[in-house]
Design a binder for this molecule. Structure first.
Ligand code: SF4
Ligand code: SF4
Length: 155
């Protein structure tokens, strides 16, 4: 029989949500990043960095309340097989200060924007920014020529 997830109003006074959770907050790390805003000034480098983050897999970039975050989807080394913290009392400050009253136990991960693959960064930039004066090749592989048996990309 499929187990249904305990709702917040079903929690008994002596219980903790973490005992009913699969350690959702321990399966990723997240950092705020610069908001890319233009094609051609240095901000574009931030957007290009986003493409680089996303090219590594197990990463995504999301936007919540207009702040951009890099999210690395990897489980914490201290999370046990039964989804508890192995270093409970000495866990990092960010974990100590994270309260179940505001945690993502019943969060459905709805964000303003989510980018999962590098190409989505270009699509988003093209949708919100004016046309580039000097467009770069968009994600396509560069042509390759061979010189003395060595392959070179044509820039
Ligand atoms: S703090 Fe919330 S999201 Fe994290 S393990 Fe506990 S119940 Fe789950
Ligand atoms: S240190 Fe403990 S509480 Fe913090 S992310 Fe790892 S398992 Fe979770």
């Amino acid at each position: 029989m499929k187990k249904t997830k305990l709702r917040r109003d079903q929690l008994k006074p002596d219980e903790c949500f973490c005992a009913h959770c699969t350690g959702t907050c321990c399966r990723y790390s997240s950092l705020p990043i610069e908001t890319p805003s233009t094609w051609d000034d240095s901000d574009w480098d931030d957007s290009d960095a986003i493409r680089w983050y996303l090219a590594h897999g197990s990463t995504l970039v999301n936007v919540e309340r207009e702040t951009w975050y890099l999210v690395v989807m990897t489980r914490c080394t201290y999370l046990t097989d039964d989804n508890r913290c192995r270093i409970d009392l000495s866990r990092p400050k960010i974990c100590l200060e994270y309260a179940t009253s505001e945690c993502e136990y019943d969060d459905d991960w709805m964000c303003e924007k989510v980018f999962e693959i590098p190409e989505q960064t270009w699509e988003s930039a093209e949708a919100v920014l004016p046309p580039r004066l000097n467009p770069r090749r968009r994600g396509a592989a560069l042509p390759v020529i061979e010189i003395n048996g060595v392959a070179h990309e044509v820039q």
